[in-house]
Design a protein around this ligand. Sequence first.
Ligand code: ATP
Length: 275
Amino acid sequence: MTTTKLDLNQCNQLISKFEQVIKTPIKTPSSVYYTGVDLGTACIVLAVLDENYEPVAGSYRYANVVKDGMVVDYIGAIKIVRELKAELEEILETELVYAAAAIPPGTNELDSGAIRNVVEGAGFELTALLDEPTAANQVLNIENGAVVDIGGGTTGISILNQGEVVKVVDEATGGTHFSLVVAGSYKMSFDEAELYKRDTSKHKELIVVLKPVVEKIASIILRQINGYKVEGIYLVGGTACLGGIENIIEKNTHIPTFKPINPMFATPLGIAKSC
Ligand code: ATP
């Protein structure tokens, strides 16, 4: 069965519950907790699920310790994951033992080893290390389609056929390019542009300025999915938060394009579900 917009409702319910528990954690005791650790370029997210795989708590922090799937500040990454873990343990009044993590498509053995070491170095027992599109698909449940993960440095395009990942590519265009365009257009520093871009109240004006970059991403998607059966495009990753990005991609690819209510949380929740 192909994922439809209706099926995204389930994913959206999970994400919406996760957003709620980030603000107000659920302290009902559980026999076991599963933690998903998502080490992103812009943000580190921890998602905690209970014995029924329902979200009970979560936390995230913007950080610059990972770049395009490579841990560039190993000590800094361990410190942040350890702090987020301790913060959640205090709230839930329990020790978080098990965690899963994910690696971006094309990550080599050395980098995936570094991600493993960060999670274990922060005090978790790592139960699974999976690739990001497979993780995202744990909550998207796509049969025949493409997961397009628009991150910071890159855009990962993963094609799923009958629920299995059949092709993965990582292309060097992502949120950083968006920020460079914003910086140039508004005469801001890169850091100022990054913050300006994340402000959702600015998205309506920004989407006009950023349209050419989004169109470039759409052309990359079209090139990569050529020859595959792609019934829908599903956007995840921080840059997919940009309001209106899905309309431009749909218009340029002529393929129905969807995104969860918060595209940043699909992968961490999928990781936690795989724990
Ligand atoms: P990469 O795949 O390059 O390693 P990543 O998967 O680690 O990146 P994410 O954390 O998914 O990256 O996304 C980071 C990007 O998302 C950054 O460019 C950041 O500016 C952008 N971003 C985060 N929040 C928003 C938002 N609300 N609106 C627009 N862009 C956002």
